[in-house]
Design a protein around this ligand. Sequence first.
Ligand code: FNR
Length: 342
Amino acid sequence: MSRSERKIDHIRHALGHDRDFHNHFDDMDIVHQSLAQLDFDQLSIDAQVGELNLSSPLFVNAMTGGGGEKTEEINRKIAEVASRTGIGMAVGSQMSALKNPEERTTYEVVRRVNPEGIVFANIGSEGTIEQAEEAVEMLQADALQIHINTLQEMIMPEGDRDFTQRLEKIERILNGISVPVIIKEVGYGMSRETVKTLKSLGVSYIDVGGRGGTNFSKVENMRRQKPLASYNNWGIPTPVSVLEARENHPDIHIIGSGGIRNGLDGVKAMVLGAQAFGMAGALLRVLLDEGEQALEDEILHIHHEVKVAMMLLNITNVNQFKDQPYVLYGKTKEWVDQRLRR
Ligand code: FNR
């Protein structure tokens, strides 16, 4: 199988594996308010995440990396839709393009078709400051995501095994780069201890990348002769990860992602404390199954869902979601009771 075919196989596994039976966003109700006094057509969903001014709290999270015509086409289509709908997008890991310059076109296309949009670069935590600078320059990126994915690496037969330099490398990039740096999980979530350590390095933006959607344990286990299947359900679900991240760290800018299925899940992430939300698998599935127009329609639908919540809660700015009352049930409540309400 060629590298490019392997990429497509990976995407197919990422979108095709069975999802968690239970999504923790279903353990949450936002308290309804009856007395809306707003004009729906006047509502704006502009979102501010630290230095980033977004025209929507939704962005397409990191997916397609590596070379090949197919991945370039996917990136081009996502960038076209992002441009038309005004949402941000992250590209997939640029690590292999940093080593193989002929793969740069996979990423450069994103900036070419969306010259004014918000675009996030993406590298692994093994990246050097020089690689971080080149990744940002490749896209004229507005921010840099550094993904941390220890369990995925552990399950990948050829994955990295030595993370001894990880924190020093992150710190060097934070100190050396001019755009906001977002530390991002890939579907295992972040604990408050992780956030505390990141904060001590100087990190102020995190994407919790929690459990509940795309599951890289399942994806990578499909390629292992002897799967590490006992780790298929490891990780912190997204809603509790947002709460973990927020606990004691009001100054950290939190992005909620992982298993967000629709605009209301995104709203729930913001009620819990996120300032924006990313969606990866659910949007890529729409693009690949139904095409570019369907992806655009889906994004507009999600915007509509967010505005309906603003209307119901009588708020005029998405930043006010974090002050809204909510109730938790079941597993999510148990987590909060045991970890956060002691
Ligand atoms: C990803 N994700 C990802 N993340 C990252 O930081 N760098 C990457 O290169 C990739 N590659 C990638 C490929 C594919 C096909 C998918 C579906 C996902 C992870 C992604 O950004 C996100 O963190 C997780 O997918 C969880 O979000 P969803 O999919 O549950 O919305």
